[in-house]
Design a protein around this ligand. Structure first.
Ligand code: C2E
Ligand code: CA
Ligand code: CA
Ligand code: CA
Length: 278
């Protein structure tokens, strides 16, 4: 049945209220989530394209809500940023990721890096550098065991400020990845000056990849750009063998995606990669 404009309006209003109410509830829950230890990290392996060796893992945040179940980051990160809660949450993420990578290093995987996502709010926080330094020290993880991922739009938002922060992190020996590359508006001049070691091609380009498609030309262009600027090119969101073969042929250095391994809890990580490597 078609609703009248009036009913439609009322319906809309009611759903707005529920949404606003829901959002408030989520904010309240978010405030308590750290205390209640409801967050956890899942890890997704990153593979070197040439020899198939694991070079590390990306740490991805999950929220185990007591009544709503597992909540994906896209459903709460924006709220966490808006409320500033992303700063303490992000500090927890960094600490937990470093703690886990130290364990994997001790188990003999000394060359692995853990990649941690930084939101724009954390990135512009005055204490970032100091926090990163103390977190590495506390966990006994060398700076070479950490990679920080910032999105292209975060890095390009205030390029001079980004350069200052990224230079400091890079000088500490931390690797920098430019995430979601191709969705922002990079100035090539600044890109050249950024002390990054990795460009991660946005998942959207990988998803619709097919020989001769527009996206395949874009991926090829990003690979060429990476060669010129001496950056490793990472393709994420690799779901099919066709994509894997094609991205390898195009010259991507690193592959990450459901095909080779979904993000998993740390205790399942070794099983996940064993299934791929052997
Ligand atoms: P991202 O940094 O671009 O992370 C990659 C996302 O792609 C992850 O989603 C991952 O699970 C997903 N993915 C990996 N392989 C595939 C694939 O083959 N197919 C498909 N369809 N997806 C794949 P996830 O874990 O839901 O995270 C979403 C976004 O949330 C991340 O995008 C990142 O922007 C943000 N995020 C996650 N963890 C953190 C965190 O600790 N801090 C901050 N600030 N942001 C985070
Ligand atoms: Ca990322
Ligand atoms: Ca990405
Ligand atoms: Ca993203």
């Amino acid at each position: 049945t078609k609703s009248t404009g009036r009913n439609g309006y009322h319906f809309f209003e009611a759903s707005m209220n529920t949404n606003a109410h829901k959002q408030l509830q989520v904010i309240q829950d978010l405030r308590l989530a750290l205390e209640r230890k409801e967050f956890c990290l899942h890890y997704q392996p990153k593979f070197n394209t040439q020899d198939g060796v694991v070079i590390g893992a990306e740490a991805l945040l999950r929220w185990q809500h007591p009544t709503r179940g597992m909540i994906a980051p896209d459903d709460f990160i924006a709220l966490a940023e808006k409320t500033g809660l992303i700063v303490p949450i992000g500090e927890w993420v960094l600490d937990e990721a470093c703690r886990q990578m130290r364990i994997w290093h001790d188990e003999g995987n000394k060359h692995w890096k853990v990649a941690v996502n930084l939101s724009a709010v954390q990135f512009s926080n005055d204490h970032l550098i100091e926090r990163v330094q103390t977190t590495l020290a506390r966990n006994g993880l060398p700076a070479s065991g950490l990679m920080l991922e910032v999105t292209e739009s975060t890095a390009m938002h205030d390029v001079e400020a980004s350069l200052t922060i990224l230079d400091k992190l890079a000088n500490m020996g931390i690797d920098i990845a430019i995430d979601d590359f191709g969705t922002g508006y990079s100035s090539l001049l600044y890109l050249k000056r950024l002390p990054a070691s990795e460009l991660k091609i946005d998942r959207g380009f990988i998803h619709d990849l097919a020989q001769g498609s527009g996206n395949s030309s874009i991926v090829a262009a990003i690979v060429a750009l990476g060669r010129t600027l001496n950056l490793r090119i990472v393709a994420e969101g690799v779901e099919t063998e066709e994509q894997q073969e094609y991205l390898t042929m195009l010259g991507c250095d690193t592959l990450q995606g459901y095909l080779m391994g979904r993000p998993v809890a740390p205790d399942q990580f070794m099983n996940t990669i064993r299934a791929v490597v052997s």
